[in-house]
Design a protein around this ligand. Structure first.
Ligand code: ADP
Ligand code: MG
Length: 245
């Protein structure tokens, strides 16, 4: 049994040490992560940048307990995410992590309120509380007038704000977003980033992947990847790698 320790000030919520990941397809091997070390403090808003194929999504999938590393250690909110069963990983994922994806991933047959209620159904929260909390989350992202509409009736920016409401409705310790503005025009992207900023000011820890410097500028820290390594970190915690190292 893994026990969650109380979150402490200055205690990193994410501790990643020497994490490696190799994909194997047939005879072909590709090492996507080559010894990642990363600490993220509770309440930090971190942008992850770097060229396509540099390993950003691979790391995010490991942080989100969606995929396994080959080597190294990962501690999330005081819990060591090593040697866990798929079932234990699913529990951690549901309890500790909110996800936001480029493609929104809303269920098309459910209205926004029902989409936001979904994680609470899996968490066995009763109907009345689900309804209340889903309304609060939609209020926070400015979508109350659209609560009874389905995703195909709203804009991309509204879909992403609904997806954020769904991601945070269970108050996860960590909010992960993989290119959340990648499908949005710049005005909608700005509105989505305002929501992330608001959540961060209210205490959420956010890790957000982006290609765009204007989007990374909303974060308080930028970590840059290249070829499976961290080559720059504005916090100064990761010394730049030497070429060829
Ligand atoms: N499931 C997979 N199977 C095989 N190779 C993969 C898989 N996922 C990612 N890769 C490879 O790993 C590298 C890093 O991918 P990724 O982490 O998605 O990069 P980024 O998010 O920075 O664009 C890429 O070269 C990609 O082709
Ligand atoms: Mg990616």
């Amino acid at each position: 049994m893994t026990e969650k320790t109380d979150r402490m000030i200055d205690q990193p919520i994410i501790v990643v040490r020497d994490v490696w990941k190799t994909y194997r397809t047939g005879q072909v091997e590709f090492t996507a992560l080559k010894g990642i070390d990363l600490d993220i403090a509770a309440g930090e808003f971190t942008a992850i940048m770097g060229p396509s194929g540099s390993g950003k999504s691979t790391l995010m999938n490991i942080l989100g307990c969606l995929d396994r590393k080959d080597r190294g250690t990962y501690t999330l909110n005081g819990t060591s995410i090593t040697d866990m069963t798929p079932n234990e990983l699913a529990q951690i994922r549901n309890r500790e992590i909110g996800f936001v994806f480029q493609s929104f991933n809303l269920l098309p047959k459910l209205n926004l309120l029902e989409n936001v209620e979904l994680p609470m159904i899996y968490a066995d929260i009763n109907r009345r509380e689900r309804n209340e909390r889903a309304h609060e989350a939609l209020q926070m992202v400015g979508l109350i007038p659209w609560a009874k509409h389905r995703p195909n009736e709203i804009s991309g920016g509204q879909k992403q704000r609904a997806a954020i409401a769904r991601a945070v409705v269970l108050h996860p310790a960590l909010l992960l977003a993989d290119e959340p503005t990648g499908n949005l025009d710049s005005q909608s992207a700005g509105e989505v980033m305002k929501v992330f900023t608001h959540l961060n000011q209210a205490g959420s820890t956010i890790v957000l992947i982006t290609h765009e410097p204007e989007i990374a500028a909303y974060a308080s820290r930028t970590v840059t990847f290249r070829d499976g390594r961290i080559i720059f970190d504005t916090s100064g915690l990761n010394a730049p790698c030497q070429e060829g190292a």
